[in-house]
Design a protein around this ligand. Structure first.
Ligand SMILES: [Fe+2]
Length: 535
């Protein structure tokens, strides 16, 4: 069932470890160390839940991590490898088991399991659970992709991210679990690397949750592992993961605020930063349901990849951090930065740009999605209280507005591929926005060539004030904005051959658990007619 040699081998593939993996991150282990122990856990090892991800038409990745004491450095585990069995059934009660596979969880990767399942039927639900040392995990639901070219009547998914733990409860994740979706696109900021002492939330409100006092800013592998473990103990987040497959990506806070390629805002020497990046990346891999193709090699990972949902929807998950040009003009929200328009600037890097161009050319689906992290549309921040009043537009240089030539190349790709319905999915800003993409963003008569749905945060920024923008000023300066909200929540998308419907879901408050989640606004795009219609 394995596509390529793996560091988490099934028992019958153990001999491959010493051969093919040789020069990898893990390196060769002595044969004896590969033997699993007859482990008996004193307490539940499945404290971090289960997850599925990166579906294919015949399978998906099934994830868990053994951690009976999740906040401890090793999760309460010894250095012994542990055999974990994975059962897959075609019914929610797990009465009809269709597959059982065996994996080895190793301390080298924090006793995480990434079982790549193949040979299943396309376009249908499966259910799964893990067993280890007599313990049994909760049951999760996964779903295979439809067969290539299948015509589908509907796909429902959520786009979500930015979930700073201290800033609020994960009520939005519970709502996503209740939605019973086909998948979730996670745009990043799964964790925040800050120390427990750093000011949290918007307007320095009291934090609804506090991290343990021994949680410093994340720099080491242990720091990052403990941070993921803390976040993943949340029952609402676990429920969302157990409800459907995720397509994980990452943004800046899985590593360090506003990092770019081999640099961070503190001007850490590149060599030193790359060690931090490697540790952050390893912890990301250990905690995400992604494939061995996403196994890091030192500080590098291939995180951009694509998913085709029959003839209805193509999703390109992009990486806007690893290959980008460093933010121009010293980063920030600035008026006037000529460097942002330099021809050499990029958000994707040339290899990813080429991959995307090829993929778009081959894309036959009705809807083509760029699932990524930072704002693609032009946007003027005048009207927000944290920026100065200026005569010229204020630009966020950490977004595609800081690499306008890179944006123009992607726009040209969409045009060259004849894409009638590009949809850009974004996060990052802790506010929700729906925008029309126009050649001339200030001219409502300029042709609209696509739309961007920017999801608000699950929890980051906390509840905040009733509004954080002078809306009249913001809308006057940004006529392409058709919806704005500064509440917490997520975006739920319902895609059919005739239309794309985006429901902007907001949580009344993240300061206490269990608050209502509402649809603040629904916007629709008709197939073949780019532009937003409010419903
Ligand atoms: Fe964020």
């Amino acid at each position: 069932m394995l596509r390529q040699p793996s560091p988490f081998l099934s028992l019958d593939r153990r001999s491959l470890l010493r051969g093919a993996l040789g020069a990898g991150v893990i390196g060769a282990l002595p044969a004896r160390a590969a033997e699993p122990s007859g482990v008996a856990f004193k307490s539940d090892p499945f404290t971090l839940g289960v997850a599925s991800g990166d579906p294919a038409p015949d399978g998906f990745v099934l994830w868990t991590r053994l951690a009976p004491e999740p906040l401890k450095a090793r999760g309460g585990m010894s250095s012994q490898p542990v055999e974990v069995s994975v059962e897959i059934a075609d019914d929610p009660a797990m009465t009809r088991i269709v597959r059982t596979v065996s994996e080895i969880a190793r301390l080298e990767l924090a006793h995480s399991v990434h079982a790549e399942i193949e040979g299943l039927a396309p376009g249908r639900d499966y259910f799964y659970r893990f067993r280890a040392g007599g313990a049994e995990s909760p049951i999760g639901r996964a779903r295979t992709l439809p067969a290539a070219g299948d015509s589908l009547s509907q796909i429902r998914f959520a786009a979500a991210g930015c979930q700073r733990w201290e800033d609020g409860y994960y009520t939005a994740w519970r709502a996503i679990a209740d939605d019973k979706l086909d998948f979730v696109f996670h745009y990043g900021d799964y964790i925040y690397e800050y120390a427990h002492t750093e000011v949290t939330g918007r307007d320095k409100q009291p934090a609804p949750r506090t991290m343990p006092a021994d949680f410093p800013a994340c720099f080491t592998l242990t720091d990052y592992r403990r941070r993921y473990a803390l976040y993943k103990t949340d029952a609402d987040l676990q429920a969302a993961h157990a409800s459907c497959p995720f397509l994980p990506s990452f943004d800046d806070h899985e590593f360090a605020n506003n990092w770019a390629a081999d640099s961070d805002p503190k001007r850490t020497p590149a060599d030193a930063f790359l060690f931090r990046r490697a540790m952050a990346l390893q912890a990301w891999y250990e905690h995400m349901p992604v494939r061995r193709a996403q196994l890091p090699r030192g500080p590098d990972v291939r995180a951009y990849r694509g998913f085709r949902f029959g003839s209805l929807l193509d999703v390109a998950v992009l990486d806007t951090r690893q290959y980008r040009s460093r933010q121009p003009c010293g980063d920030g929200f600035l008026a006037g930065c000529a460097e942002a328009d330099d021809e050499s600037r990029t958000m994707l890097g040339s290899a990813q740009e080429q991959w995307l161009a090829e993929r778009l050319k081959q894309g036959k689906a009705t809807w083509q999605v760029l699932a990524q992290q930072v704002m693609f549309a032009q946007f003027d921040w005048r009207g927000f209280p944290f920026v100065k009043e200026t005569a010229a537009p204020i630009i966020d240089l950490d977004t595609w507005n800081g690499a306008t030539a890179g944006r123009a190349r992607v726009t040209a790709m969409l045009e060259a591929a004849g894409i009638a319905n590009p949809v850009v999915l974004t996060g990052d800003l802790h506010r929700a926005l729906a925008m029309e993409l126009r050649r001339d963003w200030r001219d409502p008569a300029s042709p609209c060539f696509g739309v961007e749905f920017l999801s608000t945060s699950i929890s980051s920024f906390g509840d905040g004030p009733a509004t954080d923008a002078d809306r009249a000023t913001m809308l006057r300066n940004n006529p392409h904005v058709k919806f704005f909200s500064d509440k917490r929540g997520y975006t739920r998308h319902t895609v059919t051959p005739a239309q794309w419907q985006a429901d902007f879901r907001t949580v009344d408050s993240t300061a206490t658990p269990g608050q209502p989640v509402r649809t603040a606004q629904t916007l629709v795009v008709e197939a073949g007619r780019p532009g937003l219609i409010s419903r």
